[in-house]
Design a protein around this ligand. Structure first.
Ligand code: I3P
Length: 126
């Protein structure tokens, strides 16, 4: 049962709305399109939902999974060059996908930066 499956995931950081833009896929640059995403950090991946997780669970169709970003071997850095926005975090995956995460609220995005970095470090040392 999907609902149970999703609820069994123990998030390292509870969901929160952040601004998200995917700017590369497999190393190929994409047109930037900022959207609001409900972000959940699990032990080895970052998940993006269109809406808060409870609603997302209700809307999940069999076989559909949230968009997940594999954090193993990923690079997580603050960037001031890839956007005119403030408080922008850049995540580059091993497969060459590149995401920007942003919040106008520095304490919020800073908390995500630290948690994602920790998850990446844990994955590379394990
Ligand atoms: C983009 C849009 C983005 C902006 C981006 C623009 O234009 O204004 O918000 O990124 O700048 O290209 P369009 O909607 O026409 O695609 P930021 O808000 O992050 O600055 P960029 O090309 O310098 O990335």
């Amino acid at each position: 049962n999907i609902t149970q499956g999703v609820q069994q995931i123990q998030p390292a950081l509870q969901g929160e709305y952040l601004n998200k833009a995917k700017i590369s896929e497999g190393g190929k640059k994409q047109r930037k399109n900022w959207t609001s995403a409900w972000v959940v950090l699990c032990s080895n991946e970052l998940q993006f939902y269109k809406e808060s997780k409870q609603e997302a669970v209700a809307n999940l169709k069999p076989g559909c999974k949230p968009e997940g970003v594999d954090l193993c071997g990923a690079i997580v850095e603050w960037t001031t060059e890839k956007s005119s926005r403030k408080n922008v975090l850049e995540i580059i995956t091993r497969s060459g996908d590149e995401f920007l995460l942003q919040s106008d609220d520095y304490p919020i995005i800073s908390k995500w930066h630290d948690a994602i970095k920790k998850a990446v470090d844990r994955l590379s040392s394990g």
